[in-house]
Design a protein around this ligand. Structure first.
Ligand code: HEC
Ligand code: HEC
Length: 354
């Protein structure tokens, strides 16, 4: 049933290759112009930000959102902020197989990066958040993340810090109730929409032939030839579709996962969604170990082997894995300075139970 996705997607790649006159699959060392043409058909350079008409980025919203991203006094135990699980030093992740939330609770999943995340069609592995704004609003109420009983409690904690009100007023001029959960999510969303990380791959796509090393170029050819781009495509190399995790074998046999997470089905309870996960972007993937929704695989090389086996029924040799790794390394971009540096927060005590 879900198996039909793969041949379809691979067919699309073959069609692209045929369209641009590649009679044989792209091979390591093949003509660089042909490789660039194939890559431009499958991928695209990153934008510089993720603003949309409905979600404008203003300096006031970004400055406020950047503070709120680090704000722990809005959580039930006064210790949880976005930055706890999305560290700039770890390219927007926490390095743990599964995150630790409010009151030391283990989350069911591995923390995805917040870098470039606003460029995806939905948020979370199961796609149960429409955009970064909805994600930020609902994190406040998650029993695993901030642990607030309702938005009013969370906003009362924030309003108890006097320095915030003028910042909300500046970011949302004319709003009679500026310190609101809606504005919390719009400000954090605006901040996240600035977190784009263009890197060597983007410079190469733009025509700088020396931006990718020969091994990264060979790895790109192997990535396409192996079939990875059937699912990992577009500017983020993912973040555009749901696909089944485990097409040619059960994923947990390859990952050694302790629990069988059913992906999208966990939320929708619709049989067609069983084992369907959002295809994660591969931007900065070399810096965001451990891998997969449960952090069950420690190294990038092993993650590549798991993908080849579970999605494509292939067992790549060590040289092919190393080449793909060299390509994925070229997807690493620089963490923006305003994320790397922590902001100074307005002073005030944490208001515990109300
Ligand atoms: C206790 C750890 C923790 C905290 C606190 C936390 N997150 Fe996350 N975050 C996670 C985990 C784990 C996931 C993966 C959840 C899933 O896919 O089911 C995630 C996923 C996300 C995603 C989706 C990324 C994607 O690729 O789909 C975004 C965006 C995000 N978090 C932003 C935030 C923001 C903004 C905050 C603060 C308001 C926050 N997170 C607080 C652990 C955390
Ligand atoms: C049929 C679709 C499909 C194909 C083909 C595919 N992937 Fe994936 N990939 C996925 C999905 C879905 C996930 C998310 C699995 C999970 O964590 O639940 C994923 C996850 C990953 C991850 C881990 C991402 C993270 O943030 O932890 C890496 C790395 C990866 N894929 C690389 C590859 C490579 C390399 C290939 C080719 C050998 C490949 N993929 C082929 C669908 C696919």
């Amino acid at each position: 049933m879900t198996r039909r996705f793969l041949p379809l997607a691979l067919g699309a790649i073959a069609a692209v290759a045929a369209l641009i006159g590649l009679s044989a699959p792209v091979r390591a060392g093949a003509d660089d112009d042909a490789l660039l043409e194939t890559a431009r058909a499958l991928f695209a350079p990153l934008p510089t930000d993720y603003a949309t008409a409905e979600r404008p980025i203003t300096p006031e919203r970004v400055a406020l959102g950047r503070m709120l991203f680090h704000e722990t006094r809005v959580s039930a135990d006064g210790a949880v902020s976005c930055a706890r699980c999305h560290l700039a030093a770890l390219h927007g992740t926490d390095g743990l197989p599964r995150s630790i939330g409010v009151h030391g609770k283990a989350l069911p999943r591995n923390a995805s990066t917040v870098l470039n995340t606003a460029g995806q069609f939905v948020q979370h592995f199961g796609g149960n958040r429409a955009d970064v704004e909805e994600q930020a609003a609902r994190a406040l109420l998650s029993p695993f993340a901030y642990g607030n009983p309702d938005h009013a409690t969370a906003m009362a904690r924030l309003a108890a810090i006097p320095g915030y009100r003028p910042l909300f007023e500046a970011a949302f001029p004319g709003d009679p109730d500026p310190v609101s959960a809606r504005n919390w999510s719009l400000a954090i969303g605006a901040f996240e929409r600035t977190l784009a990380t263009p890197g060597p791959f983007d410079r190469w796509l733009a025509g700088d032939t020396r931006a990718l090393s020969p091994s990264a170029r060979a790895g790109l050819a192997t990535f396409v030839e192996t079939g990875c781009a059937a699912c990992h495509n577009g500017p983020l190399l993912g973040g555009r579709t749901y696909q089944r995790f485990g097409i040619t074998m059960d994923y947990w046999q390859a990952t050694g996962s302790e629990r069988v997470d059913q992906g999208r089905f966990e939320d929708t309870k619709n049989d067609a969604d069983r084992l369907m996960f959002k295809v994660p972007p591969l931007r900065n993937i070399a810096r965001t170990a451990p891998y997969f929704h449960d952090g069950s695989v420690a190294t990038l090389g092993d993650a590549i082997r798991v993908m080849a086996r579970t999605q494509l029924g292939r067992t790549p040799g060590d040289a092919d894995v190393a080449r793909i790794e060299a390509f994925l390394e070229a997807l690493t971009g620089e963490v923006p300075a305003h994320f790397r540096e922590a902001p100074t927060l307005p002073p005030g005590a944490f208001t515990a139970a109300r």
